[in-house]
Design a binder for this molecule. Structure first.
Ligand code: FAD
Length: 392
């Protein structure tokens, strides 16, 4: 019988890392170093001050993390597993930074690349890869994000132009975006419009007093007879399939990202329970605590295996949105439960931002809701199993 000679990594019990290629490991290490040096020391303050640390944007761009899956247009052309690892390491720092990169990469650069004209790609993608242009993605409306087909924002043709009216809610990067990709109903079905900041009739309002994703900007967008030229419509995107395809990309990244938040929490409580002496012994020496830590490791390990499997089949072009729903649901739930339990394990200290769990826990309350709530993903899986659409 083989016995192990080296200790396992508590944050990667099944050595998922050994399944990565050398290039993938290098990407992960580079982003991990950036997060350790440039994000973790400063992010708590940004969270407390409800402030997006914009100074990180050029550094993220320099590392090639915007639109990293795109080939050409000054993008890195990395595979899907690399994109996942990027999300994981960024979210180990904070979900806000991962959200920024997800929106820029999966929700704005991806659709411009997939559905845009050559002119749109040339104009926006290199500038977004360099971090000089920030994008946002406007799909959700105030009357119900889970039912985007019931879209009230609409656009009508006026000569070569389009006129947009309506509003969007809960839009990441909204008030700081140079360009908004806005989904609106038209006579031809849902279309995607690139609305540039300062376009007359287009206004944004930042949502204040969030208790979650405080280091991220979230906004409402308003469109009052906003005129955009026909050249700003994505020519290849007609119908709900287009925005939903963007969400599949972003949800895939989220399934990886939340693993990083969970790892940060487990790391913190392993240290804490070794140092905290109660009833004459370290907390980590009690059965109850070991069971709780073991549960966390189980959650992280299963999430890692799910995401890696997703990444591999995504790179083979075999990924189904249902599989992404399963992973987004499982991994967000696991990470949120780990963060909540880690918060409790820290006792009173757990409510202090000096320790990471409460910040991750509060962030994950958004992450489990956005890009499809847990219920929405469960219903997607249920529909696949039964063939019955139970949304209505
Ligand atoms: C911080 C943050 C950032 C965001 N960023 C963006 C962004 O950049 N772009 C964007 O377009 N959107 C964004 N969103 C919006 C997000 O995607 C929506 O909040 C989400 O889709 C849920 O929509 P809702 O808030 O309107 O809730 P609702 O759709 O009203 O859902 C309310 C509740 O009903 C449940 N529910 C829904 N359908 C059913 C059903 N059929 N049966 C039973 N229960 C059901 C839901 O699970 C939920 O618990 C963001 C949200 C947050 C919080």
């Amino acid at each position: 019988m083989n016995t192990r000679s080296t200790k396992l990594d508590p944050l990667d019990l099944l050595d998922v890392r050994s399944e990565l290629t050398e290039d993938e490991r290098m990407v992960q290490e580079t982003v991990a170093r950036f997060v350790d040096d440039q994000v973790i020391p400063f992010i708590r303050e940004a969270f407390e001050q409800h402030h997006f640390p914009r100074e990180l944007v050029p550094m993220v761009a320099e590392l090639g993390l915007f639109g990293s899956s795109i080939d050409g247009y000054e993008c890195a052309g990395l595979n899907s597993v690399c994109y996942g690892l990027i999300c994981q390491e960024l979210e180990r720092g904070d979900s806000a930074l991962r959200s920024f990169v997800s929106v820029q990469s999966s929700l704005v650069m991806f659709p411009i690349h997939a559905y845009g004209s050559d002119e749109q790609k040339d104009r926006w993608l290199p500038a977004m890869a360099r971090g000089e242009v920030v994008g946002c993605f406007g799909l959700t409306e105030p009357h119900g994000g889970s039912d985007p087909g019931n879209m009230k924002t609409h656009a009508r043709r006026d000569g070569d132009d389009w006129i947009i009216n309506g509003s969007k809610m809960w839009i990441t990067n909204g008030s700081i975006a140079d360009v908004a990709l806005v989904w609106a109903m038209t006579d031809e079905g849902v279309r995607g419009f690139l609305v540039e900041k300062d376009t007359p009739g287009y206004t944004t309002q930042e949502i204040e007093n969030k208790f979650s994703l405080r280091a991220s900007v979230t906004s409402a967008l308003f469109f009052d007879d906003v005129r955009v030229p026909g050249t700003n419509v994505l020519p290849g995107a007609t119908g709900m399939k287009a925005p939903l395809s963007c969400l599949t990309q972003a949800r895939y990244g989220i399934s990886w990202g939340v693993i990083g938040a969970a790892q940060a929490c487990l790391d913190e409580v392993i240290r804490y329970t070794n140092e905290r002496i109660l009833f004459g012994r370290p907390l980590s020496h009690t059965q109850a605590m070991q069971i709780r830590l073991a549960h966390m490791a189980r959650g992280i390990t299963t999430a890692q295996l799910l995401s890696l499997r997703l990444g591999r089949i995504k790179d083979q072009g075999r990924l189904s949105p249902v599989q992404v729903s399963l992973a987004k649901w499982n991994n967000c739930r696991a990470a949120l439960e780990i963060a909540r339990d880690a918060r409790d394990i820290l006792g009173g200290s757990g409510i202090s931002a000096e320790y990471v769990p409460i910040r991750h826990m509060l962030n994950l309350e958004s992450v489990i809701t956005y890009e499809g709530t847990e219920t929405v993903h469960q219903l997607v899986v249920g529909q696949e199993l039964t063939g019955v659409n139970a949304f209505g």
